[in-house]
Design a protein around this ligand. Structure first.
Ligand SMILES: C[S@@+](CC[C@H](N)C(=O)[O-])C[C@H]1O[C@@H](n2cnc3c(N)ncnc32)[C@H](O)[C@@H]1O
Length: 268
């Protein structure tokens, strides 16, 4: 199967053509259902039941295509008052193996509400098939210099060099991923209304894959997963229905060298 390419077409139909157990990770950021109400692709289902049926079909295909030691990340958010993702999570966890529920803290709130807290997070449901590969060291977070100095003053640790090595390695990341969403003025922004930050997708790919593994994104959008996979030396395969977004992705992927340098991805 040829990788590092975008397939223009419908996710479910195209997934059906892929062989079993080829993807190490699936990064799926599908239409949310009536959250981005200005986008035809987010409002194409007459009722929530239609959206749930559609979602269960493509997720089943993704799980078939996933390797036994792989992970499937599925984005979703409640939006203003829309609760489709809550029902979807419940349905998927009954059918597939639950692995984790990540919270993406977007730092900046969105959808200002008069009568409630301002929403500031999205959810990422993680499904597994068997015993997954997971590299916790790849997503460690650095301690601040001040924290390092404070911890070094702790008298309980006799071996200062060993303590220093441990502190410089950073701490294990929690399942609350704090990555600012992209502002309109961000250099990364390329015109897609639901473009995810490279730093967020990088965490998902870094923890779940090794060099050479295949990253599959059935809703590629502006190509963020492909850009990260390319930068990390992973194989990738993207599916996207809208030919305009396919063009955007292709031009972003063609300039991944710049991203690679800017983000210092060499260590991943
Ligand atoms: C939430 S966006 C993905 C954004 C992407 N993660 C990024 O960083 O740019 C969902 C994408 O799914 C695409 N889409 C909608 N219906 C689809 C379908 N049936 N098959 C494949 N792609 C579809 C939309 O055109 C849209 O680009």
């Amino acid at each position: 199967m040829r990788s590092n390419r975008i397939i223009t077409g419908d996710a479910t139909e195209q997934l059906k053509k892929l062989p079993d157990a080829i993807a190490q990770v699936v990064i799926a950021d599908p239409p949310y259902f009536n959250v981005l109400t200005a986008q035809d692709w987010d409002t194409q289902w007459p009722a929530v039941e239609d959206y749930l049926r559609w979602s269960e079909a493509w997720v089943s295909e993704c799980m078939r295509v996933l390797r036994e030691d792989g992970l499937c990340f599925i984005f979703g958010q409640p939006g203003k008052r829309e609760h489709a993702f809550l029902h979807l999570m419940s349905a998927l966890c009954r059918k597939h193996q639950f692995h984790d529920l990540l919270i993406w803290d977007r730092v900046v709130g969105y959808n200002e509400r008069r009568d409630s807290f301002t929403p500031a997070y999205e959810m990422i449901l993680v499904l597994r098939k068997g015993d997954p590969k997971f590299n916790k060291d790849a997503v460690r977070e650095p301690y601040s210099p001040e924290k390092i100095q404070t911890y070094l003053r702790d008298k309980r640790y006799k071996d200062r060099d060993a303590r220093m090595r441990h502190l410089l390695a950073g701490k294990y990341a929690t399942n609350l991923l704090r990555v600012p969403s992209l502002k309109g003025s961000s250099k990364e922004k390329c015109g897609h209304p639901s473009q995810k930050p490279i730093d967020l997708i990088a965490k998902l790919i870094a923890c779940s894959t090794d060099a050479g593994d295949l990253v599959l994104d059935p809703f590629l959008g502006s190509g963020t997963s492909a850009v990260v996979a390319e930068s990390f030396g992973r194989q990738w395969l993207g599916i996207e229905l809208n030919p305009l977004y396919v063009e955007v992705s292709q031009s972003r992927i063609a300039s991944t060298g710049d991203v690679h340098q800017a983000k210092g991805f060499l260590s991943a």
